[in-house]
Design a binder for this molecule. Structure first.
Ligand code: BTN
Length: 251
């Protein structure tokens, strides 16, 4: 197991295998731990957004969750997701020399394929409904899995590196870079300065996408992403602003 030394102290838990690092973080949060970082070599029940699973085979990826206690309103939780997307994308670029992009809201893409997903889960106080904790889960396909990706992912998923060279060293460097990048942004979250970088790295801006609005399938061109991370799409008849959901690239 690797030893991580982020510049800002956080208690770090490392495991060979867990069901989900987000679940371990939740247990820590409910036991009263203030902040923590949980890292595993593999996950047996890695969770993705929208109830999907996240493929988490042994050694080839980074599966990491941060337990945070941000002093923000629940409606601003998506700032953490978008800040993390910038931190991770920049960290991957620095360590790999590649040029990753962010697909709204929180997927990282390399050469048109997904290499990283981010899942934020929040907990609220029973007393007053205030935000109690946020768990920021980051899953990166670092190396191509030994038996490649399962059939359902082959066309849409990729990895940062095709071969596993000196794997624990690269993993450690990348994890440290992500944590350091993220905490720098996190400490200045409300100024939304990082959204400039998010827009520079936007994979979808200028592209034609399909999306669902009020149960109807629509098509439009992505015009911009605003400071609240809402995506602005121009259809043939109107400008649509979406806060959450999924947009799909149309070729
Ligand atoms: C997605 O692509 O939909 C989000 C994937 C998030 C995966 C990470 S891996 C670490 C953390 N633990 C989980 O179970 N999920 C997140």
């Amino acid at each position: 197991m690797i030893t991580i030394k982020p510049k800002i102290p956080f208690k770090i838990y490392t495991f060979d295998s867990v069901d989900s690092t987000n679940n371990i973080c939740k247990e820590l949060a409910l036991k009263g731990e203030k902040t923590a970082i949980v890292i595993a070599d593999s996950q047996t029940q890695g969770k993705g957004r929208l109830g999907r699973s996240f493929f988490s085979p042994q050694r080839t990826g980074i599966y990491m969750s941060l337990l945070l206690r941000p002093d923000i309103s629940p409606k601003d939780c998506n700032l953490i997701t978008t800040a993390a997307a910038v931190a991770v994308s920049d960290a991957i670029d620095t360590i790999s020399g590649k040029n990753t992009l962010i697909k709204w809201v929180n997927d990282i893409y390399l050469d048109g394929k997904k290499i990283c997903g981010i899942l934020c889960e929040s907990g609220f106080s029973n007393n007053d409904g205030a935000l109690d904790y946020v768990i920021l889960g980051i899953g990166i396909n670092l190396f191509t899995p030994e038996n490649s990706f399962p059939d359902e992912l082959k066309d849409i998923a990729s990895s940062v590196f095709t071969k596993s060279v000196n794997d624990s060293d690269i993993k450690r460097k990348l994890i440290e870079e992500i944590i350091n990048n993220f905490l720098l942004i996190y400490n200045r979250l409300p100024d939304k300065e990082y959204m400039k970088r998010y827009r520079e790295k936007s994979f979808l801006t200028g592209k034609t996408v399909s999306f669902e609005k009020n149960g109807v399938q629509c098509t439009g061109v992505v015009a911009d992403i605003d400071d609240d991370a809402k995506i602005i799409i121009q259809t043939s008849s109107e400008t649509v602003t979406l806060f959450a959901g999924e947009v799909t690239l149309k070729f």
